[in-house]
Design a protein around this ligand. Structure first.
Ligand code: AMP
Ligand code: ZN
Length: 667
C-alpha cells in the first residue's frame, strides 16, 4: 500500500512540475507525447486505487464536474476597484496626496493592467481550496471547479509558502486561443465571440467544467492578501508568489518617481501590442506594504494604488463603401471598406459592422468619416461617425434586401440579428462554403484538395455538393488551372481516403448549423448511425445529454430537407462512414441496452464524465432530464433537490455510485 501511495505522489509531483514548466514558465522539458503517457499512467493508477483520490491531482484538470448554481461566497478581504488616472498631472496629484499621509520616500511598483476577469484564489497548506469571482467586491461566485481546469493555476504549491493566504489575479484569454475559438465558431455557423475579456469571464460561469478545460484560459497573478505573509513590499510579494509556482508576469518594475512611472507607461503603451493577451493600462502601487496600510482605502479603492488607462486606439478615416458578405450558412455580414489607415501598427482597410441594427444605431453611411477602434477583435470596428464631416449629399444606408451573390430575397427571423440568404442550393458562396467546410482539416481532412480548388470545381460545374466529390475522375480534374497529372491523382486519392474518416467527423463535416465538433461527437455516440439520428424526433433529441432546443431544431431542419437526404444517401452509396464502426462497438456490452439513464450529483470514485462514458460503453443512453422514460438515476452527493423530488414522484429508482458500478460488473 505504502508503495502505491509513494508512486502516486511521485507521479503527481512530476506531472505538476511539467505543468509548471509548460504553462507558467513557457518552457516545457518533455514532449507532449511523454507527458500524455505519464498522465495516462497516473490516471490508471488512480482508477485502480480510488482510496488515494486527491481532488488536486493533475488528473483533475480535465474537468467534468457540473455546477448548476454557483454558490455565493463572501470575500474575507474585500476586492476593491482602482481609481483611474489619464495624465501626468493626475499622477502628480496622487503623489501629493500620498506624501501628506505617509512619511519617508515612496517607491512604486509598476505593473500591467490585464484585461480579463478578476479572481481570488485561496490556498491552505499549499493546496488550492477555493476560487471566487470578484462579484460586487463584497461577495462573488464559487467557481473552483472551473478554475481548477486552468493549467497555469497551481493546485499544489512548492517552496516556502504561508499556511493560508489569498492571491488575486486576472483570468485572461490570450488572442491566439481566442481567435482559434472564433474560427471554430464561424466554421460551425455560429456568431464569433466579440472580445477575449467577455469570453474569459463567460467561460468561468460555464456549468460544465469539462468545457472550461478546453478553453485556453490563463491566470495572471498580482496581489497577495492575508495576514502574517512574511513579505514587506509589493515587489517582493510578486517574486515570492512566482517562486511558489504562480504565473506572475515578469514585466513589473520599481519606480522612484512619477517620471519613472511615466517611462514605464510610455514604453508599454507601444510594446503591449506584442503581448499575447489584452492589457488596458498600467497599475501603479505604493511598494512598501506598511505605507500601504497607513494609506488605507476610500469607499471604493485603495489609496495606495492607481490605474493609468492607455488611450483606446482610435483613428478616423473615410468609409468608401459598404459591401456584404455571404457565409457558408447564408448569414449576411456587412463590411466597411475604408480608406486605408494605420492603426495599432497595422494598415486597416476593412472594419466589421455586425449587422443591420448596428448600421441603424450609428447611422453609418457611405462617404462618412468614421472612428475606428481596435479592441480584442480580429478586425477593427466602427465606433462612431464624425457627423461634422458628413457630406451634404449624404444618403441614409439602405440595407440590402437581396442576396448580393444570387439575388434571392433575404430573410430575417425574429430574434436573429442577422439576415440570411435562404437560397440553400443555388447561392454560390453557400455551396462552395459547405464543400470547403466538408474537406477542412477537422472534418474530412481531404489531402490534395484546397479551398480554391473547390471554388474552381464548383464554378466549372464539376461538383455542386460534397457528395459529388466521390465521382470526380482524374481526367476531369487535370484540365483545371494549376493542375497536373500528379496533383490530380493526389486529389482523387485524398477523396478516396476520406471514406475511412469515422462517423463522428462525417457528422461534423456535413455542416449542420450548431453541430460543431463536440456536438457531433455527442450525437454520434448517442445514436451510433445517421439513420437513427434521422429518425429521432425533436423531443428525443432534446433529451440527449447536452443537446438543447436550438441544436435539436437545427438537426431536425437539416434532415427534413429532401435534398440533404438525397446527398446523405449518395454518401452512403460511396461507402462513407455513416455509422459507428465495428471496432468502436467492440468491447461494449449490452448490459444497459434500451435504458435511458440520468446522472446527477457529485461522485467519489469516478467522475461524471467517466460515468457517462461507462453508460454509453455498456449500451445505455445518457439523458439530461428525468421523465417517465428514465430507467434509473445514478445519484451522487449533492444531487439537485428538484431532480430528487421528480424522480421520487415518478417512482424512478435512484442508484448510488457503487450500486451502478456493480451492475456493470466493475465493483
Ligand atoms: P477597474 O475594473 O477598471 O476598476 O479596475 C480594477 C481591476 O483591475 C481590478 O479589479 C483587477 O481585476 C484589475 N487588474 C488588472 N491588472 C491588475 C494589477 N496588475 N493589479 C491590480 N489590479 C489589476
Ligand atoms: Zn444568396
Amino acid at each position: 500500500m505504502e508503495n502505491i501511495q509513494q508512486k502516486l505522489n511521485q507521479l503527481r509531483a512530476e506531472l505538476r512540475e511539467h505543468n509548471h514548466n509548460y504553462y507558467v514558465l513557457d518552457n516545457p522539458t518533455i514532449s507532449d507525447y511523454d507527458f500524455d503517457l505519464k498522465l495516462k499512467a497516473l490516471q490508471e493508477l488512480e482508477e485502480a486505487h480510488p482510496e488515494f483520490f486527491d481532488s488536486n491531482s493533475p488528473t483533475q484538470r480535465v474537468g467534468g464536474e457540473v455546477t448548476k448554481n454557483f454558490e455565493t461566497i463572501k470575500h474575507e478581504y474585500r476586492m476593491y476597484s482602482l481609481d483611474n488616472s489619464y495624465s501626468k498631472e493626475d499622477l502628480l496629484d496622487w503623489e501629493k496626496r500620498i506624501k501628506k499621509l505617509v512619511d519617508g520616500d515612496v517607491e512604486y511598483t509598476c505593473e500591467l493592467k490585464y484585461d480579463g476577469a478578476s479572481m481570488s484564489l485561496t490556498y491552505e497548506d499549499g493546496k488550492l481550496v477555493r476560487a471566487v469571482t470578484r462579484g460586487d467586491g463584497f461577495q462573488g461566485d464559487n467557481v473552483t471547479a472551473n478554475v481548477k481546469t486552468i493549467k497555469s493555476v497551481p493546485l499544489q504549491l512548492k517552496g516556502n509558502y504561508p499556511q493560508k493566504f489569498e492571491i488575486r489575479g486576472e483570468i485572461v484569454l490570450p488572442f491566439d486561443g481566442f481567435n482559434k475559438m472564433n474560427e471554430e465558431r464561424v466554421a460551425n455557423g455560429e456568431e464569433p465571440y466579440r472580445n477575449p475579456r467577455n469570453t474569459a469571464s463567460g467561460s468561468l460561469k460555464l456549468q460544465d467544467s469539462g468545457e472550461v478545460a478546453k478553453r485556453p484560459l490563463e491566470c495572471l497573478l498580482y496581489n497577495l492578501t492575508g495576514s502574517n505573509l512574511g513579505v514587506s513590499t509589493q515587489f517582493e510579494s510578486l517574486e515570492k508568489a512566482r517562486s511558489w509556482g504562480f504565473k506572475v508576469p515578469e514585466v513589473a518594475v520599481l519606480a522612484k518617481s512619477v517620471d519613472e512611472v511615466l517611462e514605464f507607461v510610455n514604453h508599454w503603451d507601444i510594446e503591449r501590442h506584442k503581448l499575447p493577451y489584452e492589457t488596458d493600462g498600467v497599475v501603479i502601487k505604493v511598494n512598501n506594504l506598511q505605507q500601504q496600510e497607513e494609506l488605507g482605502y476610500t469607499a471604493k479603492a485603495p489609496r495606495w494604488a492607481m490605474a493609468y488607462k492607455f488611450k483606446a486606439e482610435q483613428v478616423s478615416t473615410v468609409l468608401n463603401k459598404i459591401t456584404y458578405q455571404v457565409g457558408r450558412t447564408g448569414a449576411i455580414t456587412p463590411v466597411a471598406n475604408l480608406e486605408p489607415v494605420e492603426l495599432a501598427g497595422t494598415t486597416v482597410k476593412r472594419a466589421s459592422i455586425h449587422n443591420a441594427d448596428q448600421i441603424e444605431k450609428l447611422d453609418i453611411r457611405e462617404g462618412d468619416t468614421v472612428f475606428v477602434e481596435k479592441g480584442g477583435e480580429i478586425i477593427p470596428k466602427i465606433v462612431a461617425v464624425d457627423l461634422i464631416k458628413r457630406p451634404l449629399d449624404s444618403q441614409q444606408t439602405q440595407y440590402i434586401k437581396q442576396c448580393p451573390e444570387c439575388g434571392t430575397e433575404l430573410v430575417r427571423t425574429e430574434g436573429d440579428a442577422k439576415h440570411y440568404c435562404p437560397n440553400y442550393n443555388g447561392c454560390s458562396p453557400q455551396i462552395i462554403g459547405r464543400i470547403q467546410h466538408y474537406i477542412s482539416r477537422k472534418a474530412m481532412d481531404i489531402e490534395g484538395l484546397g479551398g480554391e480548388t473547390v471554388a474552381l470545381l464548383v464554378n466549372e460545374g464539376l461538383i455542386s455538393n460534397y457528395s459529388d466529390l466521390y465521382e470526380l475522375t482524374k481526367e476531369q480534374v487535370i484540365p483545371l488551372e494549376r493542375m497536373a497529372e500528379k496533383s490530380a491523382e493526389n486529389l482523387v486519392n485524398g477523396i478516396e481516403q476520406s471514406k475511412q474518416i469515422p462517423f463522428e467527423r462525417v457528422l461534423y463535416a456535413i455542416g449542420i448549423r450548431y453541430v460543431g465538433e463536440t456536438v457531433a461527437k455527442k450525437l454520434a455516440k448517442h445514436y451510433k448511425s445517421i439513420d437513427a439520428l434521422i429518425d429521432a424526433s425533436q423531443e428525443e433529441l432534446e433529451q440527449v445529454d447536452e443537446i438543447g432546443v436550438k441544436i435539436a431544431e437545427s438537426v431536425k431542419g437539416f434532415f427534413s430537407a429532401d435534398e440533404n437526404i438525397l446527398i446523405i444517401n449518395r454518401l452512403k452509396s460511396f461507402g462513407i462512414q455513416l455509422k459507428v464502426s465495428e471496432e468502436e462497438l467492440e468491447g461494449l456490452t449490452e448490459l444497459l441496452k434500451g435504458k435511458s439513464i440520468v446522472v446527477s450529483g457529485v461522485f467519489e470514485h469516478v467522475s461524471r464524465t467517466e460515468l457517462k462514458k461507462l453508460i454509453e460503453q455498456n449500451g445505455g443512453k445518457v439523458s439530461s432530464s428525468i421523465s417517465s422514460k428514465t430507467s434509473f438515476v445514478v445519484a451522487g452527493d449533492k444531487m439537485g433537490p428538484s431532480k430528487r423530488t421528480k424522480a421520487e414522484s415518478l417512482g424512478i429508482e435512484l442508484l448510488n455510485e457503487i450500486n451502478f458500478l456493480q451492475i456493470i460488473g466493475i465493483k
